[in-house]
Design a protein around this ligand. Structure first.
Ligand SMILES: Cc1cc2nc3c(=O)[nH]c(=O)nc-3n(C[C@H](O)[C@H](O)[C@H](O)COP(=O)(O)O)c2cc1C
Length: 202
Protein backbone atom coordinates (compact mmCIF):
# COMPACT_ATOMS: atom_id res chain seq x y z
CA UNK A 1 0.00 0.00 0.00
CA UNK A 2 1.20 3.51 -0.72
CA UNK A 3 1.44 6.30 1.85
CA UNK A 4 -1.85 7.83 0.65
CA UNK A 5 -3.63 4.46 0.65
CA UNK A 6 -2.48 3.93 4.24
CA UNK A 7 -3.88 7.33 5.20
CA UNK A 8 -7.17 6.38 3.60
CA UNK A 9 -7.17 3.03 5.48
CA UNK A 10 -6.63 4.57 8.89
CA UNK A 11 -9.51 6.05 10.85
CA UNK A 12 -10.09 7.39 14.33
CA UNK A 13 -10.78 4.00 15.91
CA UNK A 14 -13.38 4.13 18.65
CA UNK A 15 -12.91 0.69 20.13
CA UNK A 16 -10.09 -1.84 19.98
CA UNK A 17 -9.88 -5.62 20.14
CA UNK A 18 -8.73 -6.16 23.73
CA UNK A 19 -7.19 -9.56 22.90
CA UNK A 20 -4.72 -8.40 20.26
CA UNK A 21 -1.65 -6.52 21.42
CA UNK A 22 0.81 -4.47 19.40
CA UNK A 23 4.08 -6.41 19.17
CA UNK A 24 7.34 -5.16 20.67
CA UNK A 25 8.80 -5.10 17.14
CA UNK A 26 6.09 -2.77 15.85
CA UNK A 27 6.26 -0.66 19.01
CA UNK A 28 10.00 -0.20 18.44
CA UNK A 29 9.30 1.02 14.88
CA UNK A 30 6.66 3.41 16.16
CA UNK A 31 9.08 4.79 18.75
CA UNK A 32 11.67 5.24 16.01
CA UNK A 33 9.18 7.31 13.95
CA UNK A 34 8.53 9.49 17.01
CA UNK A 35 12.26 9.89 17.62
CA UNK A 36 12.74 10.93 13.96
CA UNK A 37 10.19 13.75 14.31
CA UNK A 38 11.65 17.11 13.29
CA UNK A 39 11.27 19.70 16.05
CA UNK A 40 12.11 23.34 16.66
CA UNK A 41 15.91 23.62 17.19
CA UNK A 42 15.86 19.80 17.34
CA UNK A 43 15.13 20.04 21.06
CA UNK A 44 12.31 17.48 21.06
CA UNK A 45 10.58 19.18 24.00
CA UNK A 46 8.17 16.32 24.58
CA UNK A 47 7.95 12.99 26.35
CA UNK A 48 5.67 10.07 25.58
CA UNK A 49 4.28 7.93 28.40
CA UNK A 50 3.34 4.47 27.12
CA UNK A 51 0.70 2.83 29.26
CA UNK A 52 -0.14 -0.85 29.08
CA UNK A 53 -1.32 -1.47 32.65
CA UNK A 54 -5.07 -2.15 32.41
CA UNK A 55 -5.73 -0.68 35.86
CA UNK A 56 -4.15 2.63 34.80
CA UNK A 57 -6.06 2.67 31.50
CA UNK A 58 -9.27 2.02 33.43
CA UNK A 59 -8.46 4.95 35.70
CA UNK A 60 -7.86 7.24 32.70
CA UNK A 61 -11.04 6.33 30.77
CA UNK A 62 -13.47 8.15 33.11
CA UNK A 63 -11.45 11.38 32.85
CA UNK A 64 -11.49 10.99 29.03
CA UNK A 65 -15.24 11.49 28.54
CA UNK A 66 -15.46 7.75 29.20
CA UNK A 67 -14.28 7.07 25.65
CA UNK A 68 -13.82 3.29 25.18
CA UNK A 69 -10.65 3.72 23.10
CA UNK A 70 -8.76 4.26 26.35
CA UNK A 71 -9.80 1.11 28.17
CA UNK A 72 -9.72 -1.21 25.16
CA UNK A 73 -6.47 -0.16 23.46
CA UNK A 74 -3.32 -2.26 23.47
CA UNK A 75 -1.04 0.68 24.37
CA UNK A 76 -2.02 4.20 25.37
CA UNK A 77 0.49 6.82 24.27
CA UNK A 78 0.29 10.07 26.20
CA UNK A 79 2.20 12.90 24.55
CA UNK A 80 3.48 15.41 27.09
CA UNK A 81 4.92 18.84 26.37
CA UNK A 82 8.18 19.53 28.26
CA UNK A 83 8.85 23.02 29.51
CA UNK A 84 12.37 22.55 30.96
CA UNK A 85 13.95 24.20 27.95
CA UNK A 86 17.25 25.09 29.70
CA UNK A 87 17.95 21.43 30.55
CA UNK A 88 16.92 20.50 27.05
CA UNK A 89 19.46 22.87 25.47
CA UNK A 90 22.20 21.61 27.81
CA UNK A 91 21.47 17.97 27.00
CA UNK A 92 21.17 18.69 23.27
CA UNK A 93 24.72 20.02 23.11
CA UNK A 94 26.03 17.13 25.21
CA UNK A 95 24.59 14.74 22.63
CA UNK A 96 25.53 16.83 19.56
CA UNK A 97 29.16 17.20 20.73
CA UNK A 98 29.47 13.64 21.96
CA UNK A 99 30.69 15.16 25.24
CA UNK A 100 33.75 16.66 23.48
CA UNK A 101 34.59 20.01 25.10
CA UNK A 102 36.26 21.44 21.94
CA UNK A 103 33.28 20.62 19.72
CA UNK A 104 30.99 22.04 22.39
CA UNK A 105 32.97 25.26 22.45
CA UNK A 106 32.63 25.57 18.67
CA UNK A 107 28.86 25.24 19.05
CA UNK A 108 28.69 27.93 21.74
CA UNK A 109 27.24 30.56 19.37
CA UNK A 110 24.38 28.29 18.37
CA UNK A 111 23.72 27.41 22.02
CA UNK A 112 23.57 31.07 22.98
CA UNK A 113 21.24 31.78 20.08
CA UNK A 114 18.85 29.08 21.33
CA UNK A 115 19.07 30.38 24.90
CA UNK A 116 18.30 33.89 23.68
CA UNK A 117 15.36 32.80 21.53
CA UNK A 118 13.70 30.63 24.19
CA UNK A 119 14.72 32.77 27.17
CA UNK A 120 12.77 35.68 25.68
CA UNK A 121 9.50 33.72 25.90
CA UNK A 122 7.02 33.64 28.75
CA UNK A 123 6.21 30.35 30.51
CA UNK A 124 2.92 30.25 28.62
CA UNK A 125 4.68 30.73 25.28
CA UNK A 126 7.15 27.97 26.12
CA UNK A 127 4.28 25.61 26.90
CA UNK A 128 2.57 26.56 23.60
CA UNK A 129 5.81 25.98 21.71
CA UNK A 130 6.49 22.62 23.37
CA UNK A 131 2.87 21.57 22.79
CA UNK A 132 3.22 22.26 19.07
CA UNK A 133 6.31 20.05 18.93
CA UNK A 134 4.47 17.26 20.78
CA UNK A 135 1.70 17.47 18.17
CA UNK A 136 4.19 17.05 15.33
CA UNK A 137 5.43 13.87 17.02
CA UNK A 138 1.81 12.79 17.47
CA UNK A 139 1.22 13.30 13.72
CA UNK A 140 4.29 11.28 12.84
CA UNK A 141 3.08 8.51 15.17
CA UNK A 142 -0.35 8.54 13.50
CA UNK A 143 1.20 8.16 10.05
CA UNK A 144 3.62 5.47 11.26
CA UNK A 145 0.71 3.52 12.77
CA UNK A 146 -1.06 3.62 9.39
CA UNK A 147 2.07 2.29 7.67
CA UNK A 148 2.37 -0.49 10.28
CA UNK A 149 -1.37 -1.30 9.97
CA UNK A 150 -1.88 -0.43 13.61
CA UNK A 151 -5.15 1.30 14.38
CA UNK A 152 -5.12 4.46 16.45
CA UNK A 153 -7.27 7.34 17.60
CA UNK A 154 -5.91 10.87 18.06
CA UNK A 155 -7.47 12.15 21.28
CA UNK A 156 -7.76 15.53 22.93
CA UNK A 157 -10.93 14.62 24.79
CA UNK A 158 -9.52 14.22 28.30
CA UNK A 159 -8.91 16.23 31.44
CA UNK A 160 -5.23 17.06 31.18
CA UNK A 161 -4.80 18.19 34.81
CA UNK A 162 -6.44 14.98 36.10
CA UNK A 163 -4.28 12.86 33.79
CA UNK A 164 -1.10 14.60 34.95
CA UNK A 165 -2.08 13.62 38.50
CA UNK A 166 -2.84 9.99 37.64
CA UNK A 167 0.51 9.67 35.88
CA UNK A 168 2.27 11.60 38.63
CA UNK A 169 4.00 13.76 36.02
CA UNK A 170 6.79 16.06 37.11
CA UNK A 171 6.18 19.81 37.12
CA UNK A 172 7.86 20.29 33.73
CA UNK A 173 5.67 17.74 31.89
CA UNK A 174 2.10 18.45 30.74
CA UNK A 175 -0.09 15.92 28.93
CA UNK A 176 -1.46 17.48 25.75
CA UNK A 177 -2.70 14.77 23.39
CA UNK A 178 -3.13 11.00 23.48
CA UNK A 179 -2.90 8.17 20.97
CA UNK A 180 -4.48 4.86 21.97
CA UNK A 181 -3.28 2.16 19.57
CA UNK A 182 -4.32 -1.42 18.81
CA UNK A 183 -6.52 -3.24 16.33
CA UNK A 184 -10.04 -2.36 15.19
CA UNK A 185 -12.98 -4.58 16.07
CA UNK A 186 -15.09 -3.36 13.14
CA UNK A 187 -14.78 -1.36 9.95
CA UNK A 188 -15.65 2.37 10.09
CA UNK A 189 -19.37 3.07 9.67
CA UNK A 190 -18.89 5.80 7.08
CA UNK A 191 -16.33 7.11 4.61
CA UNK A 192 -14.05 10.02 5.34
CA UNK A 193 -15.61 13.45 5.81
CA UNK A 194 -13.24 16.06 4.41
CA UNK A 195 -13.56 19.65 3.21
CA UNK A 196 -13.00 20.07 -0.54
CA UNK A 197 -9.53 20.84 -1.87
CA UNK A 198 -10.71 24.30 -2.98
CA UNK A 199 -11.56 25.13 0.64
CA UNK A 200 -8.18 24.14 2.00
CA UNK A 201 -5.87 25.52 -0.69
CA UNK A 202 -5.60 28.65 -2.78
C1 LIG B 1 -6.02 16.56 17.87
C2 LIG B 1 -7.16 15.63 17.69
C3 LIG B 1 -8.00 15.34 18.76
C4 LIG B 1 -9.03 14.41 18.63
N1 LIG B 1 -9.75 14.03 19.72
C5 LIG B 1 -10.63 13.00 19.61
C6 LIG B 1 -11.27 12.45 20.76
O1 LIG B 1 -11.05 12.87 21.89
N2 LIG B 1 -12.11 11.41 20.55
C7 LIG B 1 -12.37 10.87 19.32
O2 LIG B 1 -13.14 9.93 19.21
N3 LIG B 1 -11.77 11.39 18.22
C8 LIG B 1 -10.92 12.42 18.34
N4 LIG B 1 -10.28 12.90 17.22
C9 LIG B 1 -10.53 12.23 15.93
C10 LIG B 1 -11.20 13.12 14.89
O3 LIG B 1 -12.55 13.31 15.20
C11 LIG B 1 -11.00 12.46 13.53
O4 LIG B 1 -9.62 12.34 13.28
C12 LIG B 1 -11.65 13.22 12.39
O5 LIG B 1 -13.04 13.23 12.55
C13 LIG B 1 -11.32 12.62 11.05
O6 LIG B 1 -11.67 11.26 10.98
P1 LIG B 1 -10.61 10.12 10.65
O7 LIG B 1 -9.46 10.31 11.62
O8 LIG B 1 -11.34 8.84 10.91
O9 LIG B 1 -10.15 10.27 9.25
C14 LIG B 1 -9.26 13.84 17.35
C15 LIG B 1 -8.45 14.17 16.28
C16 LIG B 1 -7.40 15.01 16.45
C17 LIG B 1 -6.47 15.27 15.28
Amino acid sequence: MTFLQNLDWRHATKSFDTKTKVSDTDLAKLKEAIIMTPTSFGLEPFHVKIITDQAVKDEIQPISWNQPQVGTCSHLLVFCARTDWENRIHDYFEIASGGNADIKEKMKGYEEMMQGALGARTEEQILDWATRQAYIAHGFALAACAELKIDSCPMEGFDSAALDKILDLPENFKSVVMLPIGYRTEEPHHGKVRFPESDLFS
